[in-house]
Ligand binder design. Structure first.
Ligand SMILES: [Zn+2]
Length: 269
C-alpha cells in the first residue's frame, strides 16, 4: 500500500491507497500547489489565521472540493490545541469551518454522518486520517498530541461507537521527519513516559539534541489501539525537506500557509 498523487488542473493532492480501498470514503492530503493565495501563502493555503484572506482560503476550499469530489461548504474544522480531546461531529456541525466559527477545541474529529468532510490542519505536525465502513476520523498530532496518544483515543472513540479497530484503516500524512525534527529532552521524555521502551527505536540522540520520528510513534499508538499493521500507511515526505511541496512551521515560522488532511463518508445515492 502506498500513496497516489492526483493533479487536477495543477491542484495537487495525495490519497492513501488503503483508505481508498475501504470504499464509501473520500479523502485528500493537500500540498501547497494549485490554489489562489499569494506569497507567502502560495498557493493552496488553508490557514486563515496567519494573514491570508478568507476570500482566498474559501476559494482554495472550493477548488479542493471540486478536484477531490468533496462538498467543502459542509466541511468541519476545529481549533487545534495540541490536546487529546476527540469530538463526535453531527449533522448540525456542517459548514463550521471559519476560524472564528469553529466551536471545538479539539485535535480529533470523528463522524458517522455521510457528506461531512472532517479537516485536520498542519504545517509539520502529523495528520492522521482514519476510515472504516460507516465511520471516519481526522486527527492532528504534533509532538504533544503524539505524546498524549490522541490518535489512539480517536480509535477508542470509534470503538465505543461499535467500530472494530481491526476494521479501521489509517493513513499518516506528510509531516516533519526525524531528519529535521530536532528537539531538546522534553520531547523524548514525554514520549518515553507515555510509551515506555517501545518508543526507543524512534528516538535518536545526537549530542545534546534528539531526533524524533513522530510518524512511527503515531503508528505505535495505532497498533496499540488494535489496528492491523497492514492497515496503517505512512506518507514518506518530510514537510521541512520538501518546501517545494509543503509549508513547514519549523523552517518558515508564521509567514506561511498550511495544508490539510480531509476525509468524508460518501453520501448514499
Ligand atoms: Zn526532513
Amino acid at each position: 500500500m502506498s500513496f497516489t498523487e492526483h493533479n487536477i488542473n495543477g491542484l495537487i493532492y495525495d490519497t492513501a491507497d488503503g483508505l481508498s480501498a475501504v470504499g464509501g470514503i473520500r479523502h485528500a492530503f493537500t500540498t501547497r500547489l494549485g490554489g489562489v493565495s499569494p506569497a507567502p501563502y502560495d498557493s493552496l493555503n488553508f490557514f486563515e489565521q496567519n494573514g491570508d484572506t478568507w476570500d482566498n482560503v474559501s476559494q482554495n476550499y472550493r477548488l479542493l472540493g471540486d478536484a477531490a469530489g468533496l462538498d467543502m461548504s459542509r466541511a468541519v474544522g476545529n481549533r487545534q490545541v495540541h490536546g487529546d480531546v476527540v469530538r463526535f461531529i453531527r449533522q448540525e456541525d456542517a459548514g463550521k469551518l471559519r476560524w472564528d466559527e469553529r466551536p471545538y477545541n479539539a485535535d480529533a474529529l470523528i463522524t458517522d454522518v455521510p457528506g461531512l468532510p472532517l479537516v485536520a490542519y498542519s504545517a509539520d505536525c502529523c495528520t492522521v486520517l482514519l476510515g472504516a465502513p460507516g465511520t471516519v476520523g481526522a486527527v492532528h498530532a504534533g509532538w504533544k498530541g503524539t505524546a498524549l496518544g490522541v490518535v489512539g483515543k480517536a480509535v477508542a472513540a470509534m470503538e465505543n461507537r461499535g467500530v472494530k479497530p481491526s476494521a479501521v484503516h489509517a493513513a499518516i500524512g506528510p509531516c516533519i521527519g526525524a531528519c529535521c525534527f530536532e528537539t531538546d529532552a522534553d520531547v523524548p521524555d514525554a514520549i518515553r513516559a507515555a510509551l515506555g521502551t517501545d518508543a526507543e527505536a524512534f528516538i535518536e540522540r545526537r549530542g545534546e539534541k534528539y531526533h524524533v520520528d513522530l510518524r512511527q510513534i503515531n503508528r505505535l499508538w495505532l497498533l496499540r489501539a488494535g489496528l492491523e499493521p497492514q492497515n496503517i500507511e505512512l506518507h514518506p515526505d518530510c514537510t521541512a525537506c520538501r518546501l517545494d511541496r509543503y509549508w513547514s512551521h519549523r523552517v518558515l515560522g508564521m509567514r506561511r500557509g498550511g495544508q490539510i488532511a480531509v476525509i468524508a463518508l460518501e453520501e448514499e445515492t
